[in-house]
Design a protein around this ligand. Structure first.
Ligand code: UDP
Length: 469
């Protein structure tokens, strides 16, 4: 643990949530805050420290506070990241991490120049209470979008009504969307009243509504109505859409491709522009055998070139199984990558024209930025909400399948992939516009760049010093 920090600049405390899709964008935001000269301490537990390697190599002055991961009866010993247990782990992990409140407060109290603000992930809403106790503001970082935050805010506050309906209308939200109950975000769908762990998650989520400000990995052209809606309903203007953060993140400075990514990039070099479909379903979801067969046959039938990332695990249960003979049959036409690939680099390759995705928020943003047409298969979590934004609100994507257990019909899937990847489609034209708007947003004077400046000014406002202590 290190306690020295650059005392000339406001000192900010960053607390990322230990899941790939939450941590990476938050570290990209931290990179921007460090570039602006803020003094920073990042809290992580020991096994998550390596995720900070790129950030720390670019900014050696960033300090870390490494605290042991607190135990929880529902978590196997040694687990410190959702990646290790899958999305079921969120509830115990949120509860376990809340036991860090006292060590955090003690660390602040013993620090010669303690942080003047906390920025923490939206899965760590309980840190609002910590900030209150310390007399400093807390900003909620949403690794996801403003539409999701609007749906979540409404749902947590109206849990009984929301859960009692087969079709839930969000009539107050822009566009008055409605969702089938089974398509609501997983935390809402799976919530168990009176279970202490779930009640804690509910209170913690509601606390986000009362944080000093909210920062979104999103941008105006993508989510303007929802950013506006949140500004209105939260009752203050400290709502900042600063994304897409991958465009201004550490990978842009230190891409450092690993061997799997280099193989895929070399293979892509030999393919015509926009001809390849990239297939990947994020960091958590594993497809079962039947789903793998349906997808493999669909890809083969489509006749489209593809790169497919198949997850390998440390045990057989954690691994996806590639159907026998598939790799030989598609050799030359399709590339199967086992394990992990640096998605941002693959999506940025000129040969990639489409992205068969589960519609996780980071994937969505990375696909847009990479100029790939998104072909959606939402499965769980926030993915149905994200898919609705892309397919219905913005018309930049198509949906070919839905549901975490659904086995795709390979003939239908193959035809739809071929159709979506064909030369002209209105979605492709609109997706290209959204991509240009994303690039403009983070450029000097763009909406995200202005929001980031506003956020940094707010962090550095001297009034926080008077709030402190
Ligand atoms: N990712 C990656 N390589 C992979 C799989 C995932 O780089 O092989 C990254 C991807 O770029 C994204 C994150 O992991 O930034 C996944 O986040 P997302 O919100 O899309 O989905 P989740 O994993 O939360 O379901």
């Amino acid at each position: 643990m290190s306690t020295m920090a650059n005392t000339k600049q406001p000192h900010i405390f960053i607390f990322p949530y230990p899941a790939q899709g939450h941590m990476l964008p938050m570290l990209d935001l931290t990179h921007q805050l460090a570039l602006s000269g803020l003094s920073i301490t990042v809290l992580v537990t020991p096994k998550n420290l390596p995720t900070l390697n790129s950030l720390l190599s670019i900014h050696p002055l960033i300090q870390t506070l490494v605290l042991p991961f607190p135990s929880h009866p529902k978590l196997p010993a040694g687990v410190e990241n959702v990646r290790e247990v899958g999305s079921f782990g969120n509830i115990p992990i949120i509860n376990a991490l809340s036991k860090l409140q006292d060590p955090i407060i003690q660390w602040f109290k013993s620090h010669p120049s303690p942080p003047v603000a906390i920025i923490s992930d939206f899965f760590l809403g309980w840190t609002s209470k910590t900030a209150n106790q310390l007399g400093i503001p807390r900003f909620t970082f949403y690794s996801s979008g403003a539409f999701l935050a609007s749906v979540l805010n409404h749902s947590w506050q109206n849990m009984k009504t929301v859960r009692s309906k087969a079709i839930v209308d969000f009539s107050d939200l822009p566009g008055a969307p409605s969702f089938k109950n089974e398509h609501l975000p997983s935390t809402i769908r799976l919530y168990r009243e009176s279970d202490p762990d779930w009640e804690f998650v509910k209170d913690s989520s509601i606390a986000n509504l009362f944080s000093w400000g909210c920062v979104f990995n999103s941008y105006e052209a993508l989510e303007d109505p929802y950013l506006d809606y949140l500004t209105r309903t939260l009752g203050h203007k400290r709502v900042y859409g600063v994304g897409p953060l991958s465009l201004i993140g550490t990978q842009m400075v230190a891409p450092n491709p690993h061997p799997g990514s280099i193989n895929a990039l070399t293979w892509l070099d030999g393919c015509p522009d926009g001809s390849v479909l990239y297939v990947c379903f994020g960091s958590q979801k594993l497809l079962n055998r039947e789903q793998m067969v349906g997808l493999a046959n669909g890809l083969e039938r489509s006749g489209i070139r593809f790169v497919w990332v198949v997850k390998t695990g440390t045990t057989q249960e954690e691994a996806e199984v590639i159907p026998d003979g598939f790799e030989d049959r598609v050799s030359g036409h399709g590339l199967v990558i086992k394990g992990w690939v640096q998605q941002v680099l693959i999506l940025g390759h000129r040969a990639v024209g489409g992205f068969l995705s589960h519609c996780g928020w980071n994937s969505v943003l990375e696909g847009i930025v990479g100029g790939a047409m998104i072909i959606g298969w939402p499965m769980e979590a926030d993915q149905f909400v994200n898919a609705r934004l892309l397919v219905e609100d913005l018309g930049v994507a198509v949906k070919v399948c839905e549901g975490g257990e659904t086995v795709p019909d390979s003939t239908k899937l193959g035809n739809e992939i071929a159709q979506a990847m064909s030369e002209k489609s209105p979605q492709k034209v609109r997706a290209k516009k959204l991509r240009d708007e994303a690039i403009a947003a983070v450029d000097n004077g763009g909406s995200s760049s202005r929001a980031l400046d506003g956020f940094i000014k707010e962090l550095a406002r001297p009034k926080f010093d008077t709030l402190h202590g």
